[in-house]
Design a protein. Structure first.
Length: 442
């Protein structure tokens, strides 16, 4: 073949791609339904053809034409093959955030392959990054952030065929959500009814990341309630009218320790809208956000003596989001006689109050007694335990939260919405003090 025939082959090849029957994009039937993703792939193809035409085709001499034709074919394959797209975003202290490519993982009989549509970067990821940055043994250890995912099952093992093509959510205790595809055991996810959750995947993953923990912490703080009428505690009184039951939190005093975090702000919002009087303690930098969310009174954490005296005996509910066991004696002083204390186990919250070693000092012994009393009455909450041990309750609570979101009763605080290639910059902003969750679309 001469140079002209090769150039004609290339032109014909490009022409075919521009017709109504282009090269197979290699997307699954489920993904074909997502027009935005398909359009993005086509746009990338157009860019590649343009770049080839302008920069490569006309600069090739006869001897290089075959090589150029091969290069074009390779570029097209790279763009249309799912297996060669970015697989995940991994973090190492030595290299920072890196985009990696790999083939779709294989699955066992009890596993499913999930096409991840949304995940988050939250406080949990930031704390894990700090832990790794300060551990020399993890300097080169790759870790994929993202502890909550929403996606759709693209492949299912022989024992999990009932999940094929289902919309699902999962919590990942060790991260891994910033991945295009993820292999998960069929027992470690919940299905999301299509009609019950018409909202976007990004909004749903945000509810999982912040509001689920906040809602279930408040629910744990309530006395046992008959839930035969609805699957979840009607914390906000959605099912009541002027003559019906009020929210179980109505007119109660709720203290939130660590109210400036994303979960803390969600707690303030839920408790305030449920009719409670909200008191908050946090770092000084969060005062504005907390007051705007509706807290009646706020104190910086370090001024314990002041809020301890002013709020003495008032609190019906205390929720500790930071594991501040040094404040347990203060919690004892501000708690009402029938008050309830919930300890959110995220990181350091796993630490329990330990009495100090003192001489025969009456004051110190009394302080130890108060701290131990609060510790003994604490209700521990861990979202991963809730997810794995009470899946139906978890799903019902998610349905309820979605109802609150649908009717505008809660307004998620999204810091930004990004793809994997924009994640590094946004994560850095959150690490620098930004408030809110980064929602990621792998």
């Amino acid at each position: 073949a001469d140079n002209g025939s090769i150039d004609k082959d290339v032109a014909d090849f490009i022409s075919e791609l521009e017709t109504d029957s282009p090269v197979d994009i290699q997307l699954s039937p489920v993904e074909r339904a997502h027009e935005e993703e398909l359009d993005a792939v086509k746009e990338n193809l157009d860019d590649t053809f343009s770049n080839f035409t302008e920069k490569e085709e006309f600069d090739c001499d006869y001897s290089a034409s075959t090589e150029c034709h091969s290069t074009l074919t390779e570029k097209i394959c790279n763009l249309t093959s799912e297996e060669l797209r970015h697989g995940d975003a991994s973090y190492t202290p030595s290299s920072g955030l890196t985009l990696r490519k790999y083939a779709k993982p294989d699955i066992s009989n009890d596993e499913v392959l999930i096409r991840v549509y949304a995940t988050t970067i939250s406080t949990r990821d930031c704390l894990e990054r700090i832990r790794r940055d300060n551990n020399e043994g993890l300097l080169y250890d790759a870790w994929v952030p993202g502890h909550e995912i929403v996606g759709r099952v693209e492949q299912a093992g022989s024992n999990a065929q009932h999940l094929l093509h289902r919309r699902v959510a999962a919590l990942l205790s060790h991260g891994g959500g910033c991945s295009r595809y993820l292999c998960v055991h069929s027992k470690d996810l919940i299905t999301l009814p299509e009609n019950a959750f018409p909202t976007s995947n990004q909004d749903m993953v945000h509810l999982l990341s912040t509001y689920m923990t906040a809602y279930q912490c408040l629910d744990r703080a309530l006395p046992d309630i008959d839930q035969t009428f609805c699957g979840a505690t009607d914390l906000m009184g959605l099912d009541s009218d002027d003559f019906g039951p009020r929210s179980p939190l109505s007119e109660s005093c709720v203290l939130i320790n660590g109210a400036g975090s994303t979960v803390g702000l969600a707690l303030v919002e839920l408790a305030k809208n449920a009719g409670a009087t909200v008191y908050a303690v946090s770092h000084s930098s969060h005062e504005k956000d907390i007051r705007e969310m509706g807290a009646r009174e706020w104190y910086p954490l370090f001024r314990k003596n002041e809020w301890r005296e002013e709020w003495s005996g008032k609190m019906d509910v205390i929720i500790d989001t930071v594991g501040d066991y040094d404040s347990y004696t203060s919690f004892y002083d501000v708690m009402a006689s029938s008050g309830r204390f919930v300890r959110m186990n995220t990181t350091s919250c796993g630490e329990k109050f330990v009495p100090g070693e003192h001489a025969e000092d009456y004051f110190s012994v009394w302080e130890d007694f108060k701290g131990s009393s609060v510790n003994s009455m604490a209700v521990d909450y861990d979202i991963f335990d809730s997810f794995h041990k009470e899946k139906e309750v978890f799903k019902n609570d998610l349905v309820y939260l979605h109802s609150l979101f649908k009717y505008g009763r809660i307004l998620p605080n999204v810091f930004s919405r990004v793809s994997l290639d924009k994640l590094e910059e946004e994560w850095g902003k959150v690490m620098g003090g930004g408030t809110g969750v980064v929602v990621v679309s792998p």
